[in-house]
Ligand binder design. Sequence first.
Ligand SMILES: Nc1ncnc2c1ncn2[C@@H]1O[C@H](COP(=O)(O)OP(=O)(O)OP(=O)(O)O)[C@@H](O)[C@H]1O
Ligand SMILES: [Mg+2]
Length: 439
Amino acid sequence: MSVLDSLMNCAIPEAPSAPQVSGKLVRVVGLTLEAVGCRAAVGSLCRIETIDGSLEAEVVGFSGEKLYLMPSEELKGVVPGAKVTPIGGQSDFPYGPHLLGRVIDGIGNPIDGKGPLIKDRKQRFVPVRMNPLARKPISEPMDVGVRAINAVITVGKGQRMGLFAGSGVGKSVLLGMMTRGSTADVTVVGLIGERGREVREFIEDILGPEGRARSVVVAAPADASPLMRLKGCETSLAIAEYFRDQGKNVLLLMDSLTRYAQAQREIALAIGEPPATKGYPPSVFARLPALVERAGNGSENQGSITAFFTVLTEGDDLQDPIADSARAILDGHIVLSRALADSGHYPAIDVEKSISRVMPMVTTEQHQLEARAIKQCYSLYEQNRDLIALGAYQAGADPRIDKAIKLKPLIDAFLQQKMKEVLPYERCCQELDALCKAL
Ligand SMILES: Nc1ncnc2c1ncn2[C@@H]1O[C@H](COP(=O)(O)OP(=O)(O)OP(=O)(O)O)[C@@H](O)[C@H]1O
Ligand SMILES: [Mg+2]
């Protein structure tokens, strides 16, 4: 029995009920509360009395005797000198198959009106950091149901991909297409820091009853507290890890990684960490790899987490510090182009700029050659686009360009797909093969 199995099956000892010394609130600055007179570890929770009840806050730092706390809900009814009582570690989150079909907030409270989550004390799960050598290598392709990705930017089971785009270019729609089209056993969707309106839309229109039955949605929209948004990402990852350890192939969709970085920026700046790059403090760049590394393949008898993290590129600038840092730690990126979206080409995937670093490990040599041929043809047309549009290119001057002009409409049609259309991996490979025969 592995350590993880024994952890999951062990009976949980009752927490010792040591008396906790309460302190008091001395200051509220922006989003942070400062308390003195009590001792609690970073990452643990405190209960703060308010005029009409209490609220929970997490210890996010300290300075001398002073604790910095960040509430997970709105700061309302907090008075000067309010009692602050440490209540220990994070509350036990009830991991289990009953999470499928549920919608929870950033700290694991159900928000779908379907009643409380069942707490099964035997199902205890503590996410543990994986030994990189224990991970299975990526060896199988992952069907995401989108032709441009399956055929030209093939993703492997256990790969971590970035979806880079400016706002309104089609990130959310593409994630939705993958949710419906993928063959994953479980889909975990983290809707972090995005529009609240889209949460319901995503669940009802995009997932639908069938998709929802095999999904868990974690929603911490833009108006949630920064701690809630930060925890939302971590909760999504922990749920994906739970299912992976149960042997399932999990598809994790996180919209968006940028909002996670921004939530960490808000928290870090509020407790006095100095900003470094573009207002982001150094802790942001430490947290990103720590989060992303949790996805990926498990050990031999476990499943996998194939993850897509969306990254918002401000003003379509791919050199944004978060985009830069994310690109370096992910196993590939899909870039969505505003020019393609503006011309009505959806999904607006720029195949020239997108790359899957594990494609050679999960596809046949024939498939790789065909994908490269499509990319080359597409790229050649793009390089000569202005000449061709102006009529300055003389037919016959370069046979490769002649071929690119002839095949461009076929390639464009191949790369486009309707929102509700699902194209299985095998079919995408056959269509790629057929298209290449025309080259
Ligand atoms: N495959 C598609 N077919 C047709 N239209 C599409 C497709 N993908 C996206 N669109 C159009 O693009 C619009 C914006 O898409 P979406 O909401 O996914 O963008 P986004 O990148 O998530 O934006 P934001 O950054 O603001 O969240 C959609 O409302 C839809 O009209
Ligand atoms: Mg969106």
